[in-house]
Design a protein around this ligand. Structure first.
Ligand code: ADP
Ligand code: MG
Length: 705
């Protein structure tokens, strides 16, 4: 049997299972073998009845003592079908005793189990009705794949594809595989790290011969996945570097910068110099700008778009929420209008009429600047001469969305220059995987005059004191944010306005909190903001908050990104333990934007969790986003790194960036060495790497082209 054979060649794969597997993207034997276990069950200890552990999962081997029986029970709440409940009962016997086995609604089992035949059962054993019984155990007969060993546990591939089936099909495939399995990893790398060959690794990832074998196998497969991913990103970077972009002739920013109410920081200047250099060449810019919250990325974005407009092109900026898009729209139009550049807004919540008016202005080139949400990448948007695209708060978008905006027809012969902005400081290793295809610049300096935010961690017994604190700040003319975590605004994936994602109970929670706070702050306007609100309503509330009419804003993480209200000086984060460090840091960045001393108070009643305590402590100790993100990554791994969802992370089959940061480092170093020619790779191996990369690379681009 070969890896390329269709799965239908495996025993037990009939038409139905074949279709089901195909639906899950498993066509060949190789695909099936790449369906790695998500976990393992240690069933290597086969017990006897006398050794059973009650309340736990046990594996035991024995004979069926008597013909099984089926017993029906009329159901209490029998629905329309009125079918009775059927219990199949059997008795297992070994030399030390007997155990009752039961299953429900699988009457055919009565005929499956033969008296005096030996089987292996795995299931939870309880002591009930005066005797030990195992309910709905898994069973095996003869040579066992599902018991007496460490057995793999798979994610359900598809409906009708059971664990049991997957185990035996994969086992059969491994057993019958022809000896040679091509190994894409060059021999010298395998030797250097003392890796298993691929076949041994794959065998041991499914059916580990020992703990040591498993770890060895996993290490190799994780390395392989990360190594090729990294090489693919490098290759992507290479190919992007060969792409032509529009050359901008007029790089004079002075008129725009003179109209800013502030002088750019040196860090902003130097990033803009880099961007100008990018744009003055023929090659397409593909750059990530990393800068902590409040470092002034918007000004850089405005300047980059200004250059596009000044050279006769269109520019677009995509923001993850409508609130942020509206805020950008305000700023861009204000700065651009004096130069005769027209700005349009495009979001999912616009009316048909508004939308088609905006679309016409974009298509006909009457609009030089386009600000929007994901609406920008939806079909129906035709650009006229788009030469600059910016994704703001990239960490809220997926990799593919970033690509889509770039590769969407620009209405011009060349692809647009790309600028990506993120406030999430990303540790270098992870950055290479997330943004390995891009050049990276950092805004490593804050605008002058910022006073560091004071952060405190308290429990809810401080509530009364907190109310007094809020009153004091408001009395001094300041404003307050309160963040409640439970409502999650769905943004990046779904076009921006999914209210459905937010449960009513959660809304009630924020609403109630708001009422209580209103009572605690008499005479002060308190409002709430959450993901279930209509965009217009959200906008009105944000406007009233910005105007200082609303004194305290109770909000969900809707405001996490980008929103700017310089007068807000106090942020209270409820249930702070539910947020990751990076997210807390982002939230905190909403205050401390003016020239008042600002405060952030983390409220949490979770006291017995060391990690939570460490997180709260870290927040009170430092305002350094980079330090916090490193710690976040260490604590929670990349999966949770960006908050609740895995924004922007490529998905891996086996690598887990939580556990595998050390392997990631090795894989990256090796990839760099291979790219630099420091590791000697044969002609044939290079070709194999090339094919492998092309497959990955294709997947990246196909998703958007
Ligand atoms: P972020 O990097 O988080 O997107 P913003 O671009 O929203 O930050 O900037 C935060 C605030 O700092 C805004 O009010 C902006 O006007 C102000 N700002 C930006 N650059 C400077 C600067 N060089 N000097 C003073 N204030 C600045
Ligand atoms: Mg911003």
């Amino acid at each position: 049997m070969r890896l390329s054979d269709p799965v239908s060649r495996l025993p037990g794969v009939g038409e139905k299972r074949y279709e089901a597997l195909r639906g899950a993207g498993i066509r060949s034997v190789g695909d099936l073998l790449n369906h790695f276990p998500r976990d393992y069950d240690d069933r290597s200890q086969v017990k006897t009845v006398s050794m059973l552990i009650y309340g736990a999962v046990n594996t035991l081997r024995g004979h069926i003592a008597a013909e099984p029986e089926n017993i029906s029970f009329p159901r209490k709440n029998a629905g329309a079908s009125g079918k009775p409940l059927i219990m199949t009962k059997a008795r297992l016997r070994d030399e030390t005793g007997e155990l009752e086995l039961i299953w429900f609604n699988q009457p055919y089992l009565k005929r499956y189990f033969k008296k005096d035949t030996e089987y292996v059962f795995t299931g939870k054993v309880d002591f009930q009705y005066g005797r030990a019984r195992m309910e709905s155990p898994e069973y095996d007969c003869g040579e066992s794949v599902s018991s007496g060993r460490v057995v793999p546990v798979y994610t359900a591939a598809a409906k009708g594809i059971s664990q049991k089936f997957l185990r035996s099909a994969i086992h059969a495939a491994l057993k019958n595989l022809d000896s040679e399995v091509t190994d894409d990893l060059p021999a010298c790398i395998r030797e250097k790290f003392n890796f298993f060959d691929r076949k041994t690794a794959v065998y041991n990832i499914h059916f580990p011969e020992s703990d040591g074998h498993f770890l060895h196998a996993r290490r190799r497969l994780v390395f392989e996945e990360l190594f090729f991913m990294q090489l693919a990103l490098f290759a992507l970077k290479n190919s992007i570097e060969k792409e032509d972009g529009e050359t901008f002739i007029n790089l004079d920013l002075k008129p725009l910068l003179d109209s800013f109410p502030f002088r750019l920081t040196n860090a902003q200047f130097s990033v803009l110099e880099t961007i100008k250099k990018d744009l003055s060449r023929r090659r397409r810019m593909n750059r990530l700008i990393q800068g902590d919250v409040g470092s002034g990325k918007t000004a850089v974005a405005i300047a980059a778009c200004f250059l596009a407009a000044q050279n006769g092109y269109q520019a677009a900026i995509m923001a993850p929420t409508e609130v942020l898009a509206a805020q950008h729209y305000g700023q861009f139009s204000r700065y651009f209008a004096p130069f005769g550049f027209h700005t349009v807004l495009l979001t999912g919540s616009m009316t048909r009429r508004e939308r088609s008016a905006a679309l016409a202005e974009i298509a006909e080139g009457r609009a030089q600047m386009i600000v929007g949400t994901h609406a920008l990448i939806q079909t129906g948007v035709e650009y006229r001469r788009l030469a600059m695209v910016i994704t703001d708060e990239q960490h809220r978008f997926g990799v593919n969305q970033r690509f889509t905006l770039t590769y969407k027809g620009s209405g011009s012969a060349l692809l647009p220059h790309t600028l990506v902005m993120t406030a999430t400081p990303i540790p270098r290793t992870l950055g290479l995987i997330l943004y390995g295809d891009m050049d990276v610049s950092s805004i490593s300096e804050m605008p002058p005059g910022r006073i560091p935010i004071k952060t405190y961690s308290v429990n809810s017994s401080y509530r009364a004191r907190l109310h007094a604190f809020m009153q004091k700040e408001i009395a001094q003319g300041r404003q307050v944010y309160v963040i409640c975590p439970s409502i999650e605004e769905k943004t990046a994936e779904d076009g921006g306005d999914s209210y459905a994602a937010v449960s009513k109970a959660e809304v009630a929670n924020v609403a109630q909190y708001t009422r209580e706070l209103s009572r605690a702050l008499p005479g002060m306007r308190v409002a709430c903001l959450h993901g279930r609100m209509k965009p217009l309503e959200k906008q009105q509330i944000m406007d009233a908050f910005k105007a200082g009419e609303i004194k305290a804003l109770v909000s969900t993480t809707v405001i996490e990104v980008g929103v700017h209200v310089a007068n807000a000086s106090l942020m209270i984060i409820e249930n702070a333990e539910r947020f990751g460090l990076s997210q807390l840091h982002q939230l905190r960045g909403r205050v401390g934007r003016g020239n008042h001393q600002s405060y952030c108070v983390l409220v949490s009643d979770v006291r017995n969790n060391e990690r939570t305590r460490a997180r709260m402590r870290a927040m009170t100790k430092t305002c350094d986003g980079f330090a916090l993100s490193e710690m976040d990554l260490e604590q929670r791994g990349a999966g949770d790194f960006f908050g609740v969802k895995q924004h922007g992370l490529p998905s891996f089959t086996i690598a887990n960036l939580y556990r595998d940061m050390d392997i990631l480092k090795e894989a990256q170093e090796t990839a760099v060495q291979v790219r630099g020619g420091e590791i000697a790779v044969s002609e044939a191996e290079t070709e194999r790497i090339r094919l492998k990369i092309r497959a990955l690379f294709g997947a990246y681009r196909e998703a958007v082209l």
